[in-house]
Design a binder for this molecule. Sequence first.
Ligand code: FAD
Length: 255
Amino acid sequence: MKAKSFLRASSLEEAYKLVKESPRNKIVAGGLWLKKGNADVDTLIDLSLLGLDKIEDKKDYVEVGAMVSQRELEKSPLIPEVIREATKSIMGPAFREIATIGGSVYGKYGFSDIVTVLLAHHVELVFYPEAVITLDEYVKKPGFYDGILTNMRIFKDKNKAYFKKVEITALDYPILNVAVVKGKEYKVVVGSRPLVAALCENSMKYLNEGGKDFAHAAELAVEELKFGDSIATKSSYRKQLALTYVRRALEEVSK
Ligand SMILES: Cc1cc2nc3c(=O)[nH]c(=O)nc-3n(C[C@H](O)[C@H](O)[C@H](O)COP(=O)(O)OP(=O)(O)OC[C@H]3O[C@@H](n4cnc5c(N)ncnc54)[C@H](O)[C@@H]3O)c2cc1C
Protein backbone atom coordinates (compact mmCIF):
# COMPACT_ATOMS: atom_id res chain seq x y z
CA MET A 1 0.00 0.00 0.00
CA LYS A 2 1.19 3.51 -0.78
CA ALA A 3 -0.32 6.63 0.79
CA LYS A 4 0.31 10.26 -0.20
CA SER A 5 -0.67 11.77 3.13
CA PHE A 6 -1.78 10.98 6.66
CA LEU A 7 -4.29 12.86 8.77
CA ARG A 8 -5.01 12.37 12.46
CA ALA A 9 -8.66 13.44 12.49
CA SER A 10 -9.77 15.80 15.26
CA SER A 11 -13.47 14.93 14.89
CA LEU A 12 -15.67 12.27 13.33
CA GLU A 13 -17.13 14.99 11.15
CA GLU A 14 -13.71 15.80 9.71
CA ALA A 15 -12.91 12.12 9.12
CA TYR A 16 -16.27 11.45 7.45
CA LYS A 17 -15.95 14.50 5.20
CA LEU A 18 -12.66 13.14 3.87
CA VAL A 19 -14.09 9.61 3.41
CA LYS A 20 -16.96 11.06 1.36
CA GLU A 21 -14.61 13.24 -0.70
CA SER A 22 -12.91 10.31 -2.44
CA PRO A 23 -12.82 6.49 -2.39
CA ARG A 24 -9.02 6.89 -2.34
CA ASN A 25 -9.18 8.35 1.19
CA LYS A 26 -9.17 5.46 3.68
CA ILE A 27 -9.70 5.05 7.39
CA VAL A 28 -6.70 3.38 8.98
CA ALA A 29 -7.13 1.48 12.25
CA GLY A 30 -4.36 -0.99 13.13
CA GLY A 31 -3.32 -0.83 9.47
CA LEU A 32 -2.33 -4.52 9.38
CA TRP A 33 -4.77 -5.58 6.70
CA LEU A 34 -4.48 -2.33 4.74
CA LYS A 35 -0.70 -2.79 4.63
CA LYS A 36 -1.06 -6.23 3.07
CA GLY A 37 -3.00 -4.82 0.12
CA ASN A 38 -1.57 -2.81 -2.77
CA ALA A 39 -4.12 0.02 -2.76
CA ASP A 40 -2.98 3.50 -3.76
CA VAL A 41 -4.33 5.80 -1.06
CA ASP A 42 -4.51 9.60 -1.16
CA THR A 43 -5.09 10.21 2.57
CA LEU A 44 -4.96 7.75 5.42
CA ILE A 45 -7.38 8.94 8.11
CA ASP A 46 -6.45 7.98 11.63
CA LEU A 47 -9.13 7.89 14.35
CA SER A 48 -6.88 7.47 17.37
CA LEU A 49 -7.63 10.90 18.94
CA LEU A 50 -11.40 10.38 18.97
CA GLY A 51 -11.86 8.39 22.18
CA LEU A 52 -12.94 5.22 20.38
CA ASP A 53 -10.60 3.02 22.43
CA LYS A 54 -12.89 2.30 25.41
CA ILE A 55 -14.82 -0.72 26.61
CA GLU A 56 -17.77 0.41 28.75
CA ASP A 57 -20.56 -1.28 30.67
CA LYS A 58 -23.86 0.28 29.54
CA LYS A 59 -26.24 -1.86 31.67
CA ASP A 60 -27.96 -3.85 28.85
CA TYR A 61 -24.86 -4.11 26.71
CA VAL A 62 -21.12 -3.64 26.66
CA GLU A 63 -19.96 -0.92 24.30
CA VAL A 64 -16.66 -1.53 22.51
CA GLY A 65 -15.03 1.36 20.64
CA ALA A 66 -13.86 0.65 17.09
CA MET A 67 -10.25 1.50 18.01
CA VAL A 68 -10.11 -1.01 20.89
CA SER A 69 -7.31 -3.46 20.12
CA GLN A 70 -7.92 -7.19 19.97
CA ARG A 71 -5.55 -7.48 22.94
CA GLU A 72 -7.65 -5.09 25.09
CA LEU A 73 -10.78 -7.00 24.14
CA GLU A 74 -9.36 -10.38 25.12
CA LYS A 75 -8.19 -8.97 28.50
CA SER A 76 -11.45 -7.26 29.44
CA PRO A 77 -13.60 -8.95 32.12
CA LEU A 78 -16.64 -7.18 30.61
CA ILE A 79 -16.40 -9.31 27.47
CA PRO A 80 -17.94 -12.81 27.35
CA GLU A 81 -15.32 -15.52 27.82
CA VAL A 82 -15.97 -17.20 24.46
CA ILE A 83 -15.35 -13.94 22.56
CA ARG A 84 -12.11 -13.44 24.48
CA GLU A 85 -10.99 -16.98 23.67
CA ALA A 86 -11.78 -16.62 19.96
CA THR A 87 -9.83 -13.35 19.84
CA LYS A 88 -6.84 -14.97 21.54
CA SER A 89 -6.68 -17.52 18.71
CA ILE A 90 -5.53 -14.85 16.23
CA MET A 91 -1.78 -14.65 15.56
CA GLY A 92 0.37 -13.59 18.58
CA PRO A 93 -0.09 -10.97 21.36
CA ALA A 94 2.11 -8.37 19.59
CA PHE A 95 -0.14 -8.61 16.51
CA ARG A 96 -3.29 -8.32 18.64
CA GLU A 97 -1.92 -5.18 20.36
CA ILE A 98 -2.16 -3.47 16.97
CA ALA A 99 -5.16 -5.08 15.24
CA THR A 100 -8.45 -3.36 16.14
CA ILE A 101 -12.00 -4.50 16.59
CA GLY A 102 -13.21 -1.85 14.13
CA GLY A 103 -10.88 -3.08 11.39
CA SER A 104 -11.82 -6.69 12.12
CA VAL A 105 -15.58 -6.19 12.02
CA TYR A 106 -15.71 -3.58 9.24
CA GLY A 107 -13.62 -5.83 6.96
CA LYS A 108 -16.00 -8.84 7.44
CA TYR A 109 -13.25 -11.11 6.17
CA GLY A 110 -14.12 -14.61 4.97
CA PHE A 111 -11.67 -16.05 7.51
CA SER A 112 -12.74 -13.97 10.50
CA ASP A 113 -12.71 -15.69 13.89
CA ILE A 114 -14.09 -12.51 15.45
CA VAL A 115 -17.08 -12.11 13.13
CA THR A 116 -17.94 -15.81 13.62
CA VAL A 117 -18.04 -15.60 17.40
CA LEU A 118 -19.75 -12.19 17.50
CA LEU A 119 -22.48 -13.33 15.12
CA ALA A 120 -23.52 -15.95 17.67
CA HIS A 121 -24.30 -13.05 20.07
CA HIS A 122 -26.73 -10.15 19.82
CA VAL A 123 -24.42 -7.45 18.45
CA GLU A 124 -25.22 -4.03 17.01
CA LEU A 125 -22.87 -1.79 15.05
CA VAL A 126 -22.99 1.97 15.36
CA PHE A 127 -21.86 3.96 12.32
CA TYR A 128 -21.26 7.68 12.04
CA PRO A 129 -23.22 9.71 10.96
CA GLU A 130 -26.39 7.87 11.96
CA ALA A 131 -26.84 4.14 11.36
CA VAL A 132 -27.31 1.40 13.93
CA ILE A 133 -27.56 -2.07 12.37
CA THR A 134 -27.16 -5.60 13.65
CA LEU A 135 -23.96 -7.43 12.81
CA ASP A 136 -26.08 -10.00 10.94
CA GLU A 137 -27.55 -7.24 8.73
CA TYR A 138 -24.10 -5.81 8.09
CA VAL A 139 -22.60 -9.18 7.16
CA LYS A 140 -25.48 -9.99 4.78
CA LYS A 141 -25.34 -6.58 3.11
CA PRO A 142 -23.26 -6.68 -0.08
CA GLY A 143 -20.21 -4.42 0.05
CA PHE A 144 -19.26 -2.12 2.90
CA TYR A 145 -21.14 0.60 4.73
CA ASP A 146 -19.76 3.98 3.72
CA GLY A 147 -19.87 5.54 7.20
CA ILE A 148 -17.36 5.25 10.02
CA LEU A 149 -17.80 2.40 12.45
CA THR A 150 -17.59 4.01 15.88
CA ASN A 151 -18.79 1.34 18.33
CA MET A 152 -20.05 -2.16 18.69
CA ARG A 153 -22.69 -3.12 21.30
CA ILE A 154 -22.56 -6.63 22.71
CA PHE A 155 -25.90 -7.27 24.44
CA LYS A 156 -25.83 -9.18 27.71
CA ASP A 157 -27.44 -12.61 27.84
CA LYS A 158 -26.93 -15.54 30.20
CA ASN A 159 -25.75 -18.31 27.96
CA LYS A 160 -23.48 -21.26 27.33
CA ALA A 161 -21.16 -20.85 24.41
CA TYR A 162 -18.72 -22.79 22.25
CA PHE A 163 -16.15 -21.65 19.67
CA LYS A 164 -13.88 -23.76 17.51
CA LYS A 165 -11.21 -22.59 15.09
CA VAL A 166 -9.86 -25.31 12.81
CA GLU A 167 -6.47 -24.40 11.35
CA ILE A 168 -3.82 -26.47 9.63
CA THR A 169 -0.95 -25.00 11.68
CA ALA A 170 -0.84 -22.68 14.69
CA LEU A 171 -1.04 -18.97 13.64
CA ASP A 172 -2.64 -19.95 10.33
CA TYR A 173 -5.91 -18.62 8.94
CA PRO A 174 -8.80 -20.89 9.92
CA ILE A 175 -10.11 -23.42 7.42
CA LEU A 176 -13.38 -23.52 9.35
CA ASN A 177 -14.92 -21.74 12.33
CA VAL A 178 -17.93 -22.77 14.39
CA ALA A 179 -19.64 -20.77 17.14
CA VAL A 180 -22.74 -21.89 18.99
CA VAL A 181 -24.52 -20.06 21.79
CA LYS A 182 -27.45 -21.34 23.83
CA GLY A 183 -29.12 -18.46 25.66
CA LYS A 184 -32.82 -17.70 25.35
CA GLU A 185 -32.45 -19.39 21.95
CA TYR A 186 -29.83 -21.34 20.06
CA LYS A 187 -27.58 -19.49 17.65
CA VAL A 188 -25.44 -21.50 15.26
CA VAL A 189 -22.76 -19.86 13.11
CA VAL A 190 -20.29 -21.35 10.64
CA GLY A 191 -17.49 -19.21 9.24
CA SER A 192 -14.33 -19.53 7.14
CA ARG A 193 -16.05 -21.75 4.55
CA PRO A 194 -14.02 -19.74 3.17
CA LEU A 195 -16.92 -17.28 2.96
CA VAL A 196 -17.80 -14.81 5.70
CA ALA A 197 -19.56 -16.29 8.74
CA ALA A 198 -23.32 -16.84 8.54
CA LEU A 199 -26.12 -17.82 10.89
CA CYS A 200 -27.55 -21.27 10.11
CA GLU A 201 -31.23 -20.24 10.05
CA ASN A 202 -32.76 -23.67 9.27
CA SER A 203 -30.70 -25.40 11.91
CA MET A 204 -31.61 -22.71 14.48
CA LYS A 205 -35.32 -22.97 13.60
CA TYR A 206 -35.21 -26.73 14.14
CA LEU A 207 -33.45 -26.36 17.52
CA ASN A 208 -35.55 -23.41 18.72
CA GLU A 209 -38.74 -25.35 17.95
CA GLY A 210 -37.54 -28.11 20.28
CA GLY A 211 -35.49 -30.35 17.92
CA LYS A 212 -33.10 -32.48 19.93
CA ASP A 213 -31.25 -34.46 17.26
CA PHE A 214 -27.95 -32.54 17.14
CA ALA A 215 -26.55 -34.58 14.24
CA HIS A 216 -29.63 -33.57 12.20
CA ALA A 217 -29.19 -29.91 13.23
CA ALA A 218 -25.59 -30.10 11.97
CA GLU A 219 -26.78 -31.60 8.66
CA LEU A 220 -29.28 -28.76 8.26
CA ALA A 221 -26.47 -26.24 8.87
CA VAL A 222 -24.26 -27.84 6.23
CA GLU A 223 -27.11 -28.12 3.70
CA GLU A 224 -28.12 -24.47 3.96
CA LEU A 225 -24.69 -22.83 3.65
CA LYS A 226 -22.29 -22.52 0.72
CA PHE A 227 -18.85 -24.09 1.16
CA GLY A 228 -15.95 -23.44 -1.18
CA ASP A 229 -12.46 -24.63 -2.06
CA SER A 230 -9.29 -22.70 -1.24
CA ILE A 231 -5.56 -23.37 -1.50
CA ALA A 232 -5.70 -24.76 2.04
CA THR A 233 -8.51 -27.29 1.61
CA LYS A 234 -11.58 -28.45 -0.29
CA SER A 235 -15.26 -27.75 0.37
CA SER A 236 -15.95 -31.46 1.01
CA TYR A 237 -13.49 -31.47 3.93
CA ARG A 238 -14.95 -28.24 5.30
CA LYS A 239 -18.42 -29.84 5.24
CA GLN A 240 -17.17 -32.86 7.18
CA LEU A 241 -15.57 -30.58 9.75
CA ALA A 242 -18.77 -28.55 10.07
CA LEU A 243 -20.89 -31.69 10.60
CA THR A 244 -18.60 -32.79 13.41
CA TYR A 245 -18.05 -29.47 15.15
CA VAL A 246 -21.63 -28.17 14.97
CA ARG A 247 -22.87 -31.43 16.53
CA ARG A 248 -20.13 -31.33 19.17
CA ALA A 249 -20.85 -27.65 19.92
CA LEU A 250 -24.55 -28.38 20.45
CA GLU A 251 -23.73 -31.27 22.78
CA GLU A 252 -21.37 -29.02 24.78
CA VAL A 253 -23.76 -26.08 25.22
CA SER A 254 -26.66 -28.37 26.08
CA LYS A 255 -24.91 -30.18 28.97
C1 FAD B 1 -1.09 -11.61 8.45
C2 FAD B 1 -2.49 -11.54 8.98
C3 FAD B 1 -3.08 -12.68 9.54
C4 FAD B 1 -4.39 -12.61 10.03
N1 FAD B 1 -4.95 -13.73 10.58
C5 FAD B 1 -6.23 -13.69 11.05
C6 FAD B 1 -6.85 -14.83 11.62
O1 FAD B 1 -6.31 -15.93 11.69
N2 FAD B 1 -8.12 -14.70 12.09
C7 FAD B 1 -8.80 -13.51 12.04
O2 FAD B 1 -9.95 -13.45 12.48
N3 FAD B 1 -8.22 -12.40 11.52
C8 FAD B 1 -6.96 -12.47 11.02
N4 FAD B 1 -6.41 -11.35 10.45
C9 FAD B 1 -7.20 -10.09 10.41
C10 FAD B 1 -6.88 -9.24 11.65
O3 FAD B 1 -7.28 -9.95 12.81
C11 FAD B 1 -7.63 -7.89 11.61
O4 FAD B 1 -9.00 -8.16 11.54
C12 FAD B 1 -7.22 -7.05 10.42
O5 FAD B 1 -5.82 -6.84 10.44
C13 FAD B 1 -7.97 -5.69 10.39
O6 FAD B 1 -7.71 -4.96 11.54
P1 FAD B 1 -6.81 -3.61 11.48
O7 FAD B 1 -7.01 -2.92 12.78
O8 FAD B 1 -5.42 -3.97 11.08
O9 FAD B 1 -7.59 -2.82 10.32
P2 FAD B 1 -7.01 -1.92 9.10
O10 FAD B 1 -6.08 -2.73 8.26
O11 FAD B 1 -6.52 -0.61 9.59
O12 FAD B 1 -8.39 -1.66 8.33
C14 FAD B 1 -9.07 -2.72 7.67
C15 FAD B 1 -10.20 -2.13 6.81
O13 FAD B 1 -11.22 -1.61 7.64
C16 FAD B 1 -11.42 -0.21 7.39
N5 FAD B 1 -11.68 0.37 8.72
C17 FAD B 1 -10.96 0.17 9.84
N6 FAD B 1 -11.56 0.75 10.89
C18 FAD B 1 -12.68 1.34 10.41
C19 FAD B 1 -13.74 2.11 11.03
N7 FAD B 1 -13.74 2.38 12.34
N8 FAD B 1 -14.76 2.54 10.25
C20 FAD B 1 -14.77 2.25 8.91
N9 FAD B 1 -13.80 1.54 8.28
C21 FAD B 1 -12.78 1.09 9.03
C22 FAD B 1 -10.14 0.28 6.74
O14 FAD B 1 -10.34 1.41 5.91
C23 FAD B 1 -9.74 -0.96 5.93
O15 FAD B 1 -10.49 -1.01 4.73
C24 FAD B 1 -5.13 -11.38 9.94
C25 FAD B 1 -4.52 -10.25 9.38
C26 FAD B 1 -3.22 -10.30 8.91
C27 FAD B 1 -2.61 -9.05 8.33
